[in-house]
Design a protein around this ligand. Structure first.
Ligand code: SAM
Ligand code: SF4
Length: 485
């Protein structure tokens, strides 16, 4: 054990979660009360969220009709808050060196077959330039945990990313970080470098399972990790992201515990999570448990989980990675997901490798399966993803980073979101970043589909706003960049 968590409390109330799940079992009186279910859905659609007990009832339903009503309510709620916007980002793996033994992860210390690599400054710059040349503006930096690569080093890599630029208009505007939990003092270093969101997944909130899955290293300390987001907020990082790794334990339990974590953060720090992620276990080299998850999660159940999270946390960004297949991603976006990664490589140096890819190599690891963290399910380029979501689904891609750069973060952001005030920023800003993408990076087919979408969006706007946005779009067409409200 590590002494640093000795004073920390476990705020996940297992009894309350177990009681809520037991009361929601199919056949239990509460679970068969159709009027109550309708009330719960109506309340959630009115943006009032869900209690733990209400969320349990929705999660445990095995009634196909109720299931359809949950998905439809989540879909309507999502549209009413987010419209057709979809935020895009890419992960960038900086190091896969790791001193922990998380038995589900390809980077665990005992995996001697893994090609260990930490990007040099020049290699990191190369990855950033490649991503910039694709049109990415928002990156999630991912790090293994290693004693020689602490907060100062992480902060330096963040600075390198912000300072690396291809041309005047090519630079990364928001750097989010997924690294091991730090002390408050160390989180301050990341805050000073301009971190966007600090992301840390609890993996499982079921402590016996956590202990069985984390055999060695600082990550074996459950409480140190459980309090990571509180410490990040204490250090002044206002946007934090949380989530369970689905497949390790009962997924419904994990969702309820995530909601409890979110509520605790809001009660203690004044604001809940900015984002929630829900990665599903994917096969990984040297990690047998990842190929045969202890708790299998069907696509249907996974879809219901995303819908329930949307209903429970109406204003929280829900993030989906390329772990999932194209078809499932489409469904999950419909019922709640608001941010997706695209064209991801899940190992250090993966984007530079892809540039040297042989034409007949359709994998994501380019002959280097020994280097990936886990296998990805959606293998398309960013342009192909953008074309698909615009042309086939009518979504408006967004690379907007305005709120964070205008100081609309944390509590301020949530207040604006809850009163609907954020809408006057989000939709125009999405259009402005999309216009930049179409001019600077898109293929002719994507540009045509995108321009048609922008026309439709302008036509549907109130006249005064339309004139203002059209003027800004005109300035971008004339060469200006990085305009936002
Ligand atoms: N090392 C840091 C940590 O563990 O917090 C951050 C990087 S770690 C690579 C990021 C996340 O990857 C983990 O929090 C975990 O949820 C996820 N992950 C690990 N193994 C996975 C697998 N086999 N399939 C899907 N996600 C996985
Ligand atoms: Fe290391 Fe994170 Fe993978 Fe665990 S999940 S082995 S801490 S990289």
């Amino acid at each position: 054990m590590f002494p640093r968590s000795a004073h920390l409390a476990d705020f996940i109330d297992l009894d309350r979660i177990s009681t809520a799940l037991a009361a929601a079992q199919p056949g239990a009186p509460a679970a068969t009360d159709a009027a109550r279910l309708e009330d719960i859905l109506a309340k959630a659609e009115a943006r009032a969220g869900l209690t733990l007990e209400e969320a349990a009832l929705l999660l445990r339903t095995r009634n196909p009709e109720t299931d359809q009503r949950i998905l439809a309510a989540a879909s309507r709620l999502k549209k009413s808050i987010y419209g057709n916007r979809l935020v895009l980002f890419a992960p960038l793996y900086v190091t896969n060196e790791c001193c922990n033994r998380c038995v589900y992860c390809g980077f665990q210390d005992s995996n001697t077959a893994l090609d260990r690599r930490t990007l040099t400054e020049a290699e990191l710059q190369r990855e950033v330039r490649i991503l910039e040349s694709q049109g990415q503006k928002r990156l999630l930096l991912v790090y293994g945990e290693h004693p020689t690569r602490g907060a100062e080093w992480i902060a330096r890599t963040m600075r390198t990313v912000y300072e690396t630029s291809n041309e005047a208009h090519d630079h990364i505007r928001r750097v989010n970080v997924n690294c091991a939990p730090l002390s408050v003092e160390d989180f301050r270093l990341l805050q000073q470098e301009g971190i966007g969101t600090y992301q840390c997944f609890q993996e499982t909130y079921h402590r016996p399972t956590y202990e069985a899955m984390h055999l060695r290293g600082p990550k074996a300390d459950y409480l140190w990790r459980l309090h990571a987001l509180h410490r990040a907020m204490e250090a002044g990082i206002e946007d934090v992201g949380m989530g369970p790794l689905l497949g390790l334990y009962d997924p419904d339990f994990e969702v309820l515990a995530t909601l409890m974590h979110a509520a605790r953060l809001e009660a203690d720090c004044g604001v809940g999570p900015h984002t929630v992620s829900f990665p599903r276990l994917e096969p990984a080299l040297g990690a047998e448990v990842a190929s045969r998850p202890p708790h299998h999660l069907s696509d249907e159940h996974f879809t219901r989980i995303v819908a329930v999270l949307r209903l429970a946390l109406p204003y929280t960004g829900l993030i989906l990675s390329t772990r999932e297949s194209e078809a499932l991603r489409t469904r999950l976006i419909e019922v709640g997901v608001s941010q997706i990664s695209a064209a991801s490589r899940t190992y250090p140096g993966g984007y530079a490798d892809a540039e040297q890819q042989q034409p007949d190599d359709t994998t994501q690891c380019h002959g280097r399966p020994d280097a990936q963290q886990f296998a990805t399910g959606d293998h398309r380029s960013l342009d192909a993803v953008v074309h698909d979501i615009v042309q086939n689904h009518g979504y408006l891609p967004s690379w907007c980073t305005a709120c964070y750069r205008a100081g609309r973060t944390g509590e301020h952001f949530m207040d604006l979101a809850k009163t609907g005030g954020i809408q006057k920023f989000c939709h125009p800003n999405s259009l402005l970043t999309f216009q930049e993408y179409l001019l600077d990076y898109a293929s002719p087919e994507t540009r045509a589909a995108g321009n048609a979408l922008i026309e439709r969006e302008l036509a549907a706007m109130p006249e005064s706003r339309c004139a203002r946005v059209a003027a800004l779009l005109g300035r971008i067409q004339n060469g200006e960049r990085d305009l936002y409200l």
